[in-house]
Design a binder for this molecule. Structure first.
Ligand SMILES: C[S@@+](CC[C@H](N)C(=O)[O-])C[C@H]1O[C@@H](n2cnc3c(N)ncnc32)[C@H](O)[C@@H]1O
Length: 280
């Protein structure tokens, strides 16, 4: 996949310097904008992805649309959590203040932001992302995005982004490093309504979770391994995950493995408003 970096139309010396530094960091070519359209640059340079650096933000132009950091659903989910509503991911993870979470599939960081907000400054969230373009954009966004909500701002800033393949990264970690290890792979059957994830598809790692990775995740997790999947997917069966939870009307389910006790429904009382789909 050929990636190049350029600037927005409004150029200054400092913007060019910044764009060049980003190109160096990503080890890709920098191209002067020269007032050309992104489309023209894309065609003439035969690039798949053009990263455009402007004063306000960094945008990756892909065939599936523009990829840039934004809070997505994180802000709404956090508002709902603050109002006392259930967040099914947080429930599946049994998240509490002070916990540590390894998000193996960071993507645009929405789930990691929600997790970081709940675990707070006493906790820790590390997000692993294999796509260099995505991890760069999200890392930069988490560092630079400004929000009025101080707790949310802290939640963004404390997420540690690691550009790596989780298969390798998990192998490098000692036993029981994180309370929760989380996977949200690219859905085997993409949900039609997830338009926000469309540009991500152009740069994402689409491989399914290997059983070996799940085994490593169980070694690295102290409490839970959680896998998010489309309700209609057969992935839970393939991965031998039996405890499945999710909102009654949601297309999304979470497979929950309680480490050391995989066959037991974990803490049933915790699941108010949740429906169990235990097949055992
Ligand atoms: C569905 S998205 C995750 C969305 C994320 N949960 C969010 O809230 O924005 C899946 C992401 O996992 C990444 N991914 C898939 N396999 C990976 C791997 N082996 N190592 C690291 N990242 C991976 C993909 O590149 C993609 O960005």
């Amino acid at each position: 996949m050929k990636v190049i970096v350029t600037t927005g139309q409004k150029v200054t010396e400092s913007l060019i310097e910044r764009a060049k530094m980003i190109a160096d960091k990503l080890n890709v070519q920098f191209v002067f904008r020269n007032n050309d359209s992104v489309e023209l640059i894309k065609r003439s340079s035969k690039a798949d992805i053009i990263i455009v650096v402007t004063k306000q933000r960094i945008v990756a132009y892909t065939d599936e649309g523009e990829l840039f950091f934004h809070l997505n659903m994180a802000q709404l989910r956090i508002q709902n959590i603050d109002r006392g509503q259930v967040d099914h991911m947080a429930m599946a993870m049994h998240l509490k203040k002070g916990m540590s979470v390894l998000d193996c599939t960071l993507g645009m960081g929405t789930d990691a932001i929600v997790a970081s907000y709940i675990v707070g400054v006493e906790g820790k969230v590390v997000g692993v992302e294999n796509s260099e373009v995505t991890s760069f954009i999200v890392k930069n966004g988490l560092e630079e995005f400004c929000v009025e909500n101080v707790r949310l701002e802290k939640a963004l800033k404390q997420i540690e982004v690691v550009q790596a393949d989780y298969n390798q990264y998990l192998l490098s970690l000692p036993d029981k490093t994180f309370d929760v290890v989380y996977f949200d792979p690219m859905f085997r059957h993409p949900l039609k309504e997830s338009v926000a994830l469309k540009p991500l598809r152009a740069v994402a790692d689409h491989r399914p979770i290997e059983l070996q990775a799940l085994k490593e995740a169980k070694r690295v997790a102290r409490k839970y391994v959680v896998v998010k999947e489309n309700r209609r997917s057969k992935e839970f069966e393939r991965l031998f995950i039996e405890n499945i939870v999710g909102g009654k009307y949601s297309n999304i389910n979470y497979g929950v493995i309680q480490v050391g006790d995989e066959n037991r429904k974990s803490n049933y009382n915790y699941w108010t408003n949740c429906c169990w789909k235990n097949k055992s």
